[in-house]
Design a protein around this ligand. Structure first.
Ligand code: FES
Length: 150
């Protein structure tokens, strides 16, 4: 992290977002300790940093798995039974919404509309979108990803 701080040695307040982005990229997520260090480095109060970091969706304060699964709970997806996908994933991975599996391979998050309502229900795993899956497809997808990560 020191190398990242060195890149922003001019300590300009406008460096806050790119600095947080780089730290998150390196660490996977932000922590209270990181926010404290950024606060000292840029001389910005921690409450302002939390304000910025919680405003933008791109920042997270929880560890993610190697495969981050997003299940859309927007209206269109909800009407197309996205909750059954969520239940199946929770059952298959033994993980709850907002948490990560013990082996750190999968994390699960429910989100609002992902912009693909015409293809509801939508699931996103890392950068790949899945549309019109059947609930029974989920087991195979998860099995394949698990094998990839071994
Ligand atoms: S409601 Fe799910 S993509 Fe729009």
């Amino acid at each position: 992290m020191e190398a990242i701080f060195e890149k922003y040695s001019l300590k300009k307040p406008e460096s806050l977002i790119p600095l947080l982005q780089e730290i998150q990229e390196a660490n996977g997520y932000l922590t209270d300790e990181i926010v404290e260090k950024v606060s000292v480095h840029l001389n910005i109060p921690t409450n302002r940093i939390y304000g910025v970091a919680t405003f933008y969706d791109q920042f997270r304060f929880k560890r993610r798995g190697i495969f981050h699964i997003r299940v859309c709970r927007g209206t269109s997806c909800y009407l197309c039974s996205s909750s059954s996908y969520l239940k199946e994933i929770e059952k298959l991975l033994k993980v709850q919404d907002g948490s990560v599996t013990r082996d750190k391979k999968f994390s699960l998050e429910t989100v609002n509309c992902m912009g693909g309502c015409s293809q509801s229900p939508v699931i996103r795993i890392n950068d790949t979108y899945y549309h019109h899956l059947s609930v029974s497809d989920l087991g195979e997808i998860i099995r394949t990803l698990r094998e990839k990560s071994e």
